[in-house]
Ligand binder design. Structure first.
Ligand code: ATP
Ligand code: MG
Length: 143
């Protein structure tokens, strides 16, 4: 089974919760285990919040999510000025701000930040899904 969802959104804070809820509903319908769904929602929130906060030169951004069997691949693309992820320092786990990249790295099975200087950032996040027993996702992705 494959499912693709693509969103083009204004760079407005309200878009973050819309994205979280649309993709959360997809994962819920399929029966993805709750803690995996919540990890995905949190990493997406961090990636989208970064666009809202930091990619100030862009009016719109896109979020896409592709489910292929048990793999869930998300991309968040902005057209701001970009940044170099290797130059972002590690923050204390107790810090109140500046932990977005660390949270994404901790929760995703794979994460890539593709910096396109002056053309924005592509954040690519991957997570392997697990479905609850006999859920639609469990039945439809069975080998
Ligand atoms: N999409 C982006 N465009 C431009 N710069 C970005 C983008 N995403 C992250 N950054 C840069 O990377 C830094 C680290 O991001 P991170 O999410 O870890 O922390 P933060 O956004 O500053 O704080 P927090 O996520 O806790 O609100 C940001 O301060 C910003 O300079
Ligand atoms: Mg952030």
């Amino acid at each position: 089974m494959e499912v693709t969802i693509a969103l083009r959104l204004p760079r407005d804070a309200a878009s973050v919760s819309v994205t979280r809820q649309i993709l959360g509903a997809e994962l819920e319908v399929l029966g993805v285990e709750r803690h995996i769904k919540e990890d995905i929602q949190l990493m997406l929130t961090e990636a989208c919040s970064n666009v809202i906060r930091h990619a100030t030169e862009t009016d719109e951004y896109t979020v896409s999510a592709q489910l292929i069997a048990d793999r869930f691949v998300m991309t968040v693309v902005d057209t701001g000025t970009g940044f170099d992820p290797d130059k972002v320092g590690i923050r204390s786990p107790l810090a109140e701000h500046g932990r977005g990249l660390q949270i994404m790295r901790a929760l995703a099975d794979d994460v890539r930040f593709m910096n396109r200087p002056k053309h924005g950032v592509i954040v690519c996040l991957e997570k392997t899904l697990r479905f609850t027993h006999d859920s639609p996702g469990d039945l439809l992705t069975a080998p």
